[in-house]
Design a protein. Structure first.
Length: 312
């Protein structure tokens, strides 16, 4: 009998899973002098995941697999590599790392896929290198990397202010079920904000009081009330840049979605179902009408970036 050689396991491997997000509400103020917009947003982490596996290496390198992997940069501009470099600098570590990203969150889809990679890389490298940094330390580093990274690190449901990076946990009861119409064509967040500025040059400073009905719906675990309260100030800007998004929005409404909204800066369209089964019905409607390149279903809220396995 011939035995097939088995590849040796890496001497140490850490696998981290981080969720994508949907903005249940996104209210955008005028552009600040630093170029950013003040926002008030309510995040929900959903069960569409990125996985990052960290193993020791001589240098810091990144590989990617999964849907749309070819669209992800693997050079120093990648947020996951930037996260590893930032953590190493903070902890005084010179070690290399090989990060492998398994894509699950749409690329440039308004669901924080790149931010999920960054959050996962922070957690994975922290565990791999045994830096001993606190969760607050990691959240501080996350805020340096991007507006959505702290939330993806924390997960669950939270209110974001400032650039979205200042988080207050929000009480949410029960589980909410979503169908997502995903487009292979991405939308640049910067371009969407630019279109927003052109449409709303006199935007007002966002007021969290506007989201009181939404917060009440979350506390009550009431999907119907939540669907009625979904809101996105960037939706018109996204539609201006990508008018085709009107089609999945209309399909979801016709299929009885409790609420439908462009996720973040788009172009992913999020439709809230009455139940897990109804989310599948919404997904089938997206597929049958041909208004999406891919369709996903998910539930939320879910936990933030966390270690799912280690090999010593």
């Amino acid at each position: 009998m011939t035995l097939t050689p088995v590849a040796p396991l890496p001497e140490h491997e850490v696998k981290v899973r981080a969720p994508g997000k949907v903005n249940l509400s996104l209210r955008v103020g005028p552009r600040e002098p630093d170029g950013y917009h003040a926002v008030s947003t309510v995040f929900q982490a959903v069960s569409v995941f990125e996985e990052v596996v960290a193993t020791p290496a001589d240098d810091r390198v990144l590989t990617v697999s999964g849907p749309q992997a070819e669209l992800v940069p693997t050079d120093g501009s990648n947020l996951a590599l930037r996260a590893a470099a930032l953590l190493a600098d903070r902890a005084g570590i010179d070690d290399g790392v090989h990060l492998h990203v398994l894509k699950g969150v749409p690329v440039a889809g308004g669901m924080a896929g790149g931010s999920a990679d960054a959050a996962a890389a922070l957690v994975a490298c922290d565990a791999l290198w045994r830096t001993g940094l606190s969760r607050d330390d990691l959240l501080e580093l996350a805020a340096e990397l991007g507006s959505d990274v702290p939330f993806v690190l924390a997960g669950h449901t939270a209110v974001g202010s400032g650039r979205g990076h200042l988080l207050t946990p929000a009480l949410s009861r029960g589980e909410f079920h979503w169908a997502f119409a995903v487009q292979d064509r991405g939308l640049s967040t910067a371009a969407v904000y630019q279109a927003f500025d052109e449409l709303h040059g006199s935007a007002v400073v966002p007021d969290q009081e506007d989201d009181v009905p939404l917060m009440q719906a979350l506390r009550a675990g009431d999907p119907r009330a939540l669907g009625a309260a979904l809101h996105n100030d960037l939706q018109m800007a996204a539609l201006e840049l990508d008018p085709g998004l009107a089609e999945p929005l209309a399909v979801a409404q016709d299929a009885g979605a409790l609420g439908v909204v462009v996720s973040g800066s788009g172009p992913t369209v999020a439709a809230l179902g009455r139940s897990r089964q109804h989310a599948l019905v919404l997904a089938a409607a997206f597929t049958a009408s041909g208004v999406a390149d891919r369709v996903l279903t998910a539930s939320g809220p879910v936990a933030g970036a966390r270690v799912v396995s280690t090999t010593d």
